[in-house]
Write a protein that binds this ligand. Structure first.
Ligand code: NAG
Ligand code: NAG
Ligand code: NAG
Length: 410
């Protein structure tokens, strides 16, 4: 997710500074409104209670459960959310890690052990505990205020990553440690490699001001990075101790979401403002190399990969799912408005089983009335009846008051 810009500034700046504007205007949705073509009006749909502003969502297949980090109340995000340059609030509120059962569509907050916040939520990732299969480690970005901010040039936020341990179905989650490193400045999303190592995106170089605006607008502003972090120890320790970090990728335009591909050999990375999905390959030296790039017609956020459990050689619905905004151009206005709406677009990209050509289609669209904003979308399989593949499409956003699950046919 991003900080966006108002239309007038956009039109003037982009038109005067940068030639090929058509793609950017398309991605931002400047001339777009919801068409209703893939809105699935009337399809079975659930609105999941107590899922406020859950930016990220992860399907943990071994347990058949979804994990997410949400705010505990609605208003704080419109006062404090560094990723969209909102720095008004005291940043002293709490969020929770939730588990969602896709069968009952119930969300429950895990009770923290040894952690009392503040917890200003954003991207998370989850990785199995190698020592016990009924437990997981969860990394979560926490956008804390900078205790050293004195009203000068110091950054207002001092974001860090929290590491938790959760025994499946226990109802509780134990905080192990916080993780902070000078290279991790504007963390957005996380890709866990193991409990001891992860990748994290810095979505911007600049935290606010006109340089950040430039960074949002100009594709040549390739100033964002992905950082690889390695931990010496998972035991309780000061946030900065035993943390080794290095730049895994640099020279990216607004690197944002991270997700898991079909194997460990594939790290999914997106450019939110660019509307790109990049498939990356991890190298032995902790860097990531670009494999290929796909362009979408909207901003996109956290990518996910759907593995079709009913796949056969000539019928495979496995593919990538990406959520984004219908009109990102409005976000600069709506980001401080609790009552506003932000429409969504969800894309589905897969290889056609016959021709092996990539095919990309819009799988869901909403004008913001059923879900406000989308930062993550993922598919959970339903039963395959008479060869018709149906799945629950979960959509959640950084401004969504509640997550939805809508039935789609793949
Ligand atoms: C979003 O990114 C997080 C962090 O990398 C990852 O755990 C999660 O799987 C992604 N979401 C989806 C739907 O894949
Ligand atoms: C709780 O956190 C404190 C401070 O980080 C640490 O010293 C203590 O060992 C932790 N306790 C448990 C049960 O994890
Ligand atoms: C890391 O490894 C990749 C692939 O082998 C190579 O292209 C790249 O130059 C290496 N980078 C560094 C910093 O060593």
């Amino acid at each position: 997710m991003k900080s966006y810009v108002n239309l007038a500034v956009l039109a003037v700046l982009v038109a005067s500074l940068y030639g090929p504007v058509v793609r950017e205007l398309t991605v931002l949705g400047v001339f777009r409104s919801a068409t209703g073509a893939v809105s699935h009006q009337g399809a079975p749909m659930h609105t999941i209670a107590d899922t406020i502003h859950c930016e990220d969502l992860h399907y943990y297949r071994p347990a058949g459960q979804l994990f997410t980090a949400c705010e505990d109340s609605v208003l704080p995000r419109f006062q404090w959310f560094p990723p969209v340059v909102t720095f008004k609030g005291p940043a002293d509120t709490t969020g929770s890690i939730h588990v969602i059962d896709p069968k009952t569509m119930k969300s429950s907050r895990l009770t923290f052990e040894n952690f009392s916040g503040p917890f200003l939520t954003h991207g998370i990732d989850i990785t199995e505990d190698p020592e016990r299969t009924d437990a997981v480690y969860i990394f979560a970005v926490n956008h804390l205020a900078n205790p050293e901010y004195r009203g000068g040039d110091e950054p207002k936020a001092r974001s860090q990553v929290e590491l938790f341990h959760h025994v499946l179905n226990s109802g509780t989650i134990r905080h192990l440690r916080s993780i902070r490193h000078p290279l991790v400045t504007t963390p957005n999303d996380i890709y866990a490699v193991s409990p001891h190592s992860f990748y994290v995106t810095n979505d911007h170089l600049y935290r606010e001001g006109y340089k950040r605006l430039v960074e949002n607008l100009l594709p040549v502003a390739k100033w964002s990075t992905v950082i690889h972090v390695q931990l010496d120890s998972l035991a309780p320790s000061p946030a900065e101790s035993g943390v080794d970090a290095m730049v895994a990728v640099e020279g990216l335009w607004n690197s944002n979401g991270l997700g898991h591909g079909p194997s460990q050999e594939e790290v999914l990375l997106t450019s939110a403002m660019g509307g790109y999905l990049w498939r990356m390959r991890p190298n032995d030296n902790r860097t990531l190399s670009l494999v290929d790039e796909f362009a979408f017609d909207s901003t996109i956020d956290n990518p996910s990969y759907y593995q079709d459990p009913y796949r056969t050689a000539d019928d495979d619905a496995s593919g990538y799912v990406l959520g984004g905004l219908l009109r990102a151009v409005e976000l600069d206005k709506t980001r401080t408005q609790p009552e506003a709406t932000d429409g969504v677009m969800v894309w589905y990209l897969r290889r056609h089983p016959g021709t092996m050509e990539w095919e990309k289609r819009l799988i869901f669209e909403d004008d913001g009335s059923r879900i406000r904003s989308a930062s993550t979308a993922l598919l959970v399989p339903k039963d395959s009846v008479a060869g018709e593949k149906k799945a629950w499409l979960f959509v959640t956003g950084f401004f969504s008051e509640a997550m939805i699950a809508v039935e789609v046919t793949l």
